[in-house]
Design a protein around this ligand. Structure first.
Ligand SMILES: Nc1ncnc2c1ncn2[C@@H]1O[C@H](COP(=O)(O)OP(=O)(O)OP(=O)(O)O)[C@@H](O)[C@H]1O
Length: 395
């Protein structure tokens, strides 16, 4: 037994030396150009899954970054290097290899009903293929990010098409924005969809409409002396609204951003929920204010550790390219999941029965025309304080 362990340790050590050799990570001394490799302090064993080593004086630490691909070639995609000047840790993460998850609506429905979920956001399955669905009425605003090809579009189809199948048009309305003009056009014609904006100039009026809707809903809650639309009786309850913005980073207009944040900050009580998707989380776009509003993150494979940290799913940079659709869910705690896979063709088939020939884009405008004039006058934005100041909480 001891002998087996010794052989494994030696093998692991030789593997790292091989990487040092192939990457030229050593210094040479003497006329015979003897190689001095980094000093290895820790080797993966049953207890640790990482190496610790220090560079000999005179070896440029930048070399490690430059030759990182050599570590990847030898240890695989799950390898990760941490350290700055001399001491480094090389972690070897065995990917959990969650098998591909088939999109199975009846199975999802069973879970939604069993767990009594009001606004179901489907996430995916864990290594035991146990499916996770959370309730957006508790965790209202979601951020999805990851590099191209990591599985963002597929999860959006999973989330949206589940909501479309689960709810009638009286129960949910979707406002979509697709600034890449590539992912969401297949939702055109679906009766639940009120608006699909491909340009920010079309999106601004949709947000203005939603702000008016906030005001109306605020008044409704005030009139009924309740704090959440779920507390209203059936028949009084307005539909849930899901606002989904793909490539949210393309919003360069400050006014639009302000409107979006206002909707997100008040949306929870009013039944308006936000889903944002982007490739690379950055501090510029994810300001402290935006981050404070996001209650859930789905971090698909990110280009590097920095992006993963900004998004708040540390480790999503280590997700293997061979496992598209795998992501870290940050909701209470971090969990590794794989989304069910839905491509465009399958989504198109699911959506077919919900498409209407007389569908018009931005048809919320029609709603506004039939609004009574005294309602339209009261359009200044309400704050939560305005609405609840004199309300006795009956919730
Ligand atoms: N959940 C999944 N399970 C298995 N494979 C998946 C999954 N999601 C995506 N894939 C695979 O990865 C490919 C890319 O997925 P997808 O288009 O969703 O990525 P993306 O992050 O939206 O990329 P882009 O930003 O370029 O649009 C798909 O064509 C599919 O082969």
């Amino acid at each position: 037994m001891v002998k087996v362990k010794l052989i494994q340790t030696l093998k692991a050590r030789n593997k790292l030396i091989k990487a040092f050799k192939e990457g030229g990570i050593y210094k040479t001394v003497g006329t015979d150009e003897r190689k001095i490799f980094p000093k290895i302090h820790q080797i993966p064993n049953g207890q640790y899954d990482y190496y610790v080593f220090t560079l000999p004086n005179g070896v440029d630490p930048k070399l490690l970054k430059k030759k990182f691909y050599v570590f990847q070639q030898i240890f695989g995609d799950g390898v990760y290097l941490d350290g700055e000047f001399k001491k480094f840790t090389l972690s070897i993460k065995e990917s959990k290899k969650i098998p591909e998850i088939i999109y199975d609506y009846p199975k999802l429905l069973e879970i939604i009903k069993k767990e009594n979920i009001l606004l179901p956001i489907v996430c995916g399955g864990d290594e035991n293929e146990k499916l996770r669905i959370y309730d957006a009425t508790n965790s209202p605003n979601l951020l999805i990010y990851g590099e191209p090809g990591s599985g963002k579009s597929s999860i959006l189809h999973v989330i949206l098409s589940t909501l479309i199948q689960y709810y009638s048009t009286d129960q949910i309305q979707l406002y979509l924005a697709d600034f890449k003009m590539s992912e969401l056009n297949l939702y055109e014609g679906v009766e639940h969809v009120k608006s699909i904006s491909y340009l920010t100039k079309d999106f601004a009026p949709a947000l203005t409409h939603l702000k008016k809707e906030l005001t109306k809903r605020g008044q409704l809650l005030k009139d009924h002396k309740v704090r959440h639309i779920n507390k209203l009786q059936d028949g009084q309850k307005p539909p849930y609204i899901v606002l989904c913005v793909d490539e949210f980073v393309m919003i360069k207009d400050d006014d639009i951003m302000t409107d979006l944040l206002q909707i997100a900050s008040l949306g929870r009580a009013y039944g308006i929920y936000l889903i944002l998707s982007m490739q690379r989380p950055s501090h510029r776009i994810l300001s402290t204010e935006v981050r404070g509003l996001l209650s859930v993150r789905m971090g698909f494979r990110t280009v590097d550790k920095r992006n993963a940290l900004i998004g708040e799913t540390p480790g999503s940079e280590k997700i293997s390219k061979d496992q598209p659709g795998t992501f870290l869910l940050n909701l209470d705690e971090l969990a590794e999941l794989r989304a069910p896979y839905l491509n465009e063709d399958k989504t198109e088939k699911i959506l077919m029965p919900y498409k209407k020939a007389d569908w018009k884009n931005h048809n919320y405008k029609k709603q506004e025309v039939i609004e009574r004039p005294e309602e339209t006058k009261q359009q200044q934005a309400l704050t939560e304080k305005d609405v609840f100041a004199d309300v006795i909480d009956q919730s």
